[in-house]
Ligand binder design. Structure first.
Ligand SMILES: Nc1nc2c(ncn2[C@@H]2O[C@H](COP(=O)(O)OP(=O)(O)OP(=O)(O)O)[C@@H](O)[C@H]2O)c(=O)[nH]1
Ligand SMILES: [Mg+2]
Length: 718
């Protein structure tokens, strides 16, 4: 089957933003205006579970009015196929943004016109930077009281360190928001109603525009009076991208045509020289078609993106694959979900063609996968397809061994594509089945949830035997359990949330350990000399082998590493994992008969236990970046409360008429914060938080934590 849509006519894009900026609302409009659906559902109408937007179809999403998992849809606009992923804004589900950005070519970043750049806009912006994803900005909610386009543009510059370039200027604001001036065409686009089917008029930009449209607010009038200035900025910035146009302009003052400007805007967007900014109100149905035009005009086709990097076993780049049907097949699995159709593995095809029935290599795991059914997903609806080509995003049904982040490829030309990076969970709870007899069913369901979400970790407490679920936040864990109820019919009980503490070394030392045992005939023997030293925060664990002359035989070195890896998970202070240190095996000895892999593993474990006791172990705790947005009246109370929570205030920012207090606060002090904050401010303040870094726990607090853990363990065991 030949290709039906040229690669240059495809746009794989994501919609990213802070919570509530209007991503899902915008997505609904996009589906409506592209003719993919005939009604628009609004977020606030879904709470009774009778209806849902296309992309927020989970019960938990409908009830809470937030997006939890990213959903893919596709639509056609001006003959281009747009594959679009609506992502969640809540920090607990950041993994969804992370993996979407990894496989998307471009993004629309949505801002709330009142709040401007919010914490998750910042986090998602950095993620897009990391993955090198070109983007356009859309300042939504221009109809809301307090909306301010220029303030938002300014925040994009200051808080994101970006170079925003307005390509539109709003006409009016708040309840008087009427449309926008398109600075490329120099036309005023004006809607005369909020109706979803209202058409816009295209008017000339004349000096009396503000009067004609009854724009009375001085700041709104000023924007229109400054149109010439904004247009000059746009033209000048475009000229930087186009030498020929620049020359024509300098020689005889030729002003570039709208087409030339669009080409330059596309070029600049693709190389991230600047980020164009649009405005609108998705809810009031203004500006969405213009966002679609911008997606087509400015965001990359798969062919515009530099080829995908291939890596070796250590993740170091070794080559690249071009995005083309003619290259051997390669794809990245970026999401696994369980639903009515069974396990669905979402892949982004980077090169070549995949046909139904093919046998491909999972090069990450060295396993073969047989390709059965292939489907194109439209939110929760699956449409069968026979093949997938470079640039496509599809889902495979019931793969055996493929997990998130794995590469699938042609076995004759194996490659491993750059892996994804996943955030580390910082909070944990014990979980168990509500019905004792269903423990096994519960365990299976839990296993499936964890497999689908790499930001969840599951472990068993070795002493208490409890099942511990680790995740990104309280909401994340709650939603996970609730989804197990609706998706697998099992109910769980959750313990109190616990902080994921860590332990670490503070001193460098060399430790020797001899494992020696004589039991009847055969004996056990292994000797290791290991240097332990602290590393900088979040360096993890490193193992180095510096033995010479076979003092520890080659084949036993991995056993030493294995022993350390197992033992470091059970720290000496309060059984938390030990992190941020290097262990260098420098010497050892063995016995021809009595030494084996196991004796070296045992020796390494014991060596670690001895060493860490002498190495001034300390407890580390996750510190969160907390941003509390409050009306000025309560500022003193909010700051006082943060101080009591061992918080360190970092910044105070203007946020519309409110003030945002930015602080670093230990996670352990943040439980129950929302209740306290609401009480203190009559429900008028809100907050968001995300993991920032690990820091040593002050001695007195550490002693309490250690005592708590000991007590809890004793209670659980007895
Ligand atoms: N006034 C106004 N409200 C809007 C606009 N766009 C969205 N909203 C409202 O803002 C709220 C959040 O909208 P969503 O579309 O769910 O936001 P989201 O970005 O998808 O949120 P998450 O997925 O939870 O991060 C809803 O109540 C919308 O009706 C807009 O243009 N103007
Ligand atoms: Mg949403």
């Amino acid at each position: 089957m030949p290709r039906t849509i040229p690669l240059t006519d495809i746009r794989n894009i994501g919609i990213i933003a802070h919570v509530d900026a209007g991503k899902t609302t915008t997505t609904e409009r996009i589906l409506y205006y592209t003719g993919r659906k005939h009604t628009i559902i609004d977020i606030h109408d879904t709470k009774d579970l009778k209806t849902s937007t296309t992309t927020d179809y989970l019960e938990q999403e409908q009830k809470r009015g937030i997006t939890i998992q990213s959903a893919a849809v596709s639509a056609f606009w001006r003959d281009k196929k747009i594959n679009l992923i609506d992502t969640p804004g809540h920090v607990d589900f950041t993994i969804e943004v992370n993996r979407s950005l990894r496989v998307l070519d471009g993004a629309v970043v949505v801002f709330d016109g009142v709040a401007g750049v919010e914490p998750q806009s910042e986090t998602n912006w950095r993620l897009a930077d990391n993955y090198g994803v070109p983007r356009i900005c859309y300042v939504n909610k221009m109809d809301r009281s307090g909306a301010n386009f220029l303030r938002c543009v300014d925040m994009i510059k200051k808080r994101l360190g970006a170079r925003p370039l307005p390509a539109q200027i709003p006409i009016g604001s708040e309840e008087n928001f009427k449309g926008m001036v398109d600075l490329v065409e120099m036309k005023a686009l004006v809607w005369d109603s909020d109706d979803k089917d209202a058409q816009w008029q295209s008017l000339e930009v004349t000096a009396d525009l503000a009067d004609k449209l009854h724009i009375t607010v001085p700041s709104d009038r000023k924007l229109l009076a400054d149109i010439g200035k904004f247009r000059t900025e746009l033209v000048d910035t475009c000229l930087e991208q186009d030498d020929a146009a620049m020359e024509a302009y300098l020689t005889d003052g030729t002003v570039p045509s709208a087409d030339t400007l669009r080409q330059a805007l596309r070029k600049g967007t693709l190389n991230s020289a600047f980020t164009i900014v649009l405005c609108g109100s998705s809810y009031k149905n203004k500006g969405v078609q213009q966002v679609l035009d911008a997606v087509v005009d400015y965001l990359p086709a798969p062919t515009d993106v530099a080829s995908i990097k291939t890596v070796d076993a250590d993740g170091e780049p070794i080559g690249e694959r071009k995005c083309s049907d003619d290259e051997p097949f390669s794809a990245l699995a970026f999401k696994v979900i369980n639903d009515a159709y069974g396990a669905l593995t979402f892949i982004r095809v980077y090169s070549g063609v995949l046909t139904k029935g093919a046998s491909v290599q999972n090069s990450t795991r060295g396993k073969r996968e047989k390709i059965g059914r292939m489907v194109e997903m439209f939110a929760k609806e699956a449409n069968p397809v026979e093949e997938a080509r470079a640039g496509d995003i599809i889902a495979l049904v019931s793969l055996a061994d493929t997990e998130t982040g794995d590469t699938l490829c042609d076995a004759a030309a194996p490659v491993v594509l750059e892996r994804m990076r996943f955030p580390d969970p910082v909070i944990s709870v014990s979980v168990k089945s509500k019905v004792k007899a269903e423990q096994e069913k519960f365990g299976t369901a839990l296993g499936k949830m964890v497999r689908a979400d790499p930001s969840l970790h599951l472990e068993t407490d070795r002493e208490t035997g409890q099942t511990i679920l680790r995740g990104m936040g309280e909401l994340h864990l709650e939603v996970t359990l609730d989804r197990m109820r609706t998706e697998f019919g099992v109910e769980g009980i959750m313990g109190e949330p616990q902080v994921a503490y860590r332990e670490t070394f503070t001193k460098k030392l060399t430790e020797q350990y001899i494992h020696k045992k004589q039991t009847g005939g055969s004996g056990q023997f292994a000797e290791v000399w290991i240097v332990f030293e602290p590393l900088e925060r979040s360096a993890g664990f490193e193992f180095v082998d510096e033995t010479v002359g076979g003092s520890v035989p080659r084949e036993f070195v991995p056993s030493v590493e294995k022993g350390l890896k197992i033992q470091k998970e059970d720290g000496v202070l309060a059984h938390y994992p030990t992190v941020d240190f290097r262990a260098t095996l420098i010497d050892g000895s063995f016995h021809d008969v009595d030494s084996n892999a196991l004796t070296f593993e045992i020796a390494a474990k014991a060596c670690f236990r001895e060493a860490i006791r002498k190495a001034g172990p300390i407890l580390l705790e996750p510190v969160m970046k907390v941003e509390t947005v409050t009306p000025g009246d309560y500022l003193g109370d909010v700051i006082g409360d943060i101080n009591r929570r061992r918080g360190a205030i970092q910044d105070q920012l203007e946020r519309g008429t409110n003030i945002a207090v930015v602080a670093n606060v230990p996670l352990s002090e943040m439980f129950g914060y929302i209740g306290q904050l609401r009480g203190m401010t009559s429900g008028r303040a809100s907050y968001t938080m995300e993991f920032s870094h690990y820091e040593p726990v002050p001695r007195q607090v550490a002693e309490e934590v250690i005592a708590e853990v000991a007590k809890a363990k004793a209670a659980a065991v007895s």
